[in-house]
Design a protein around this ligand. Sequence first.
Ligand SMILES: NC(=O)c1ccc[n+]([C@@H]2O[C@H](COP(=O)([O-])OP(=O)(O)OC[C@H]3O[C@@H](n4cnc5c(N)ncnc54)[C@H](OP(=O)(O)O)[C@@H]3O)[C@@H](O)[C@H]2O)c1
Length: 294
Amino acid sequence: MTKVLVTGAHGLVGSLFVEMFPEYKFLTPDLPDFDLTNQDSVYKTVLDFNPDWIVNFAAFTDVNAAESGDHTPESPAWKVNVEGVENLANAFLSDHIIHISTDMVFSGTVDKPGPYAEYDKTPDSPDKLTWYGYTKNQAEKVIQKHGGSILRIIYPVRAKFDGKADYIRGALKRYASGKMYPLFSDQQISIAYIDEVSRTLDAIIKQDAKGIYHASSDTTTPYDLIEYTLSQLGVEPKLEKASIAEFLKTQPNPYRYPQYGGLKTINTEKELGIQFSTWQTVVEKLIGQGLSLE
Ligand SMILES: NC(=O)c1ccc[n+]([C@@H]2O[C@H](COP(=O)([O-])OP(=O)(O)OC[C@H]3O[C@@H](n4cnc5c(N)ncnc54)[C@H](OP(=O)(O)O)[C@@H]3O)[C@@H](O)[C@H]2O)c1
């Protein structure tokens, strides 16, 4: 059995990977015993388990908290997302490490718009990134230096998960409670179907592939995505439109919300021999798996 150490295995994305592939022998350590920022706990876990592969989902994922906090190497986001990844890479002599990253390593601005390809160069400075995005950007450099692989994802969605709402389930919850706000109809986004994220990881491991990969649908807008989801659920959507271009003019940090995000998957599909669903098909599959307004 291939031994896989999975960090962040109890989170939104990692928990489905572990559930979907029982053929691997997983170790799924978590806080407080296993803490990426604690070098000793990382070294001990890696040495004791001696994995064939590591998949690193663990991260400081609260974008707002990272943004409103300290933007220095003393910040929790830097400690977990950069120093934690260094600890993991240093403890593991093999390059069989897959690091989960984000589209937010890119700016999503009008001058450098997405959707981004796997080979697109990421910015070198934090100027047009969120602090979370910059820490993930720097973590990618650590992994590349180590010789490991990167799988970037964007707005990961699944049919059910009690621990945390995702982009679609969060919107449905707001809609059901009458608290839906106007949705951007001029923001470019894509979504990652977590089932397909998990299959991509399995393909990287089974094919012993190496490089930067993307798991994502094609692009849409928040308005179109939620309108389509509601109509597929048999609800006549009552939604209002908003403009991100206008909204950003009122924001102290216009880079907090990428206007032209999205990830391309052409290289990943070609190299790994897999195909990602369109965003409409993702919605239909989620509904088939039990996504509902409740
Ligand atoms: N969710 C998104 O919208 C999104 C979009 C693009 C990329 N990503 C990336 O996808 C990955 C998974 O995201 P997710 O949404 O599944 O995250 P999540 O639900 O917030 O889960 C993160 C996991 O990391 C663990 N963790 C946090 N700090 C840690 C530390 N110091 N040491 C060890 N474990 C720690 C958490 O443990 P506790 O539960 O005990 O705190 C949790 O299990 C992350 O790398 C994230 O950057 C996410």
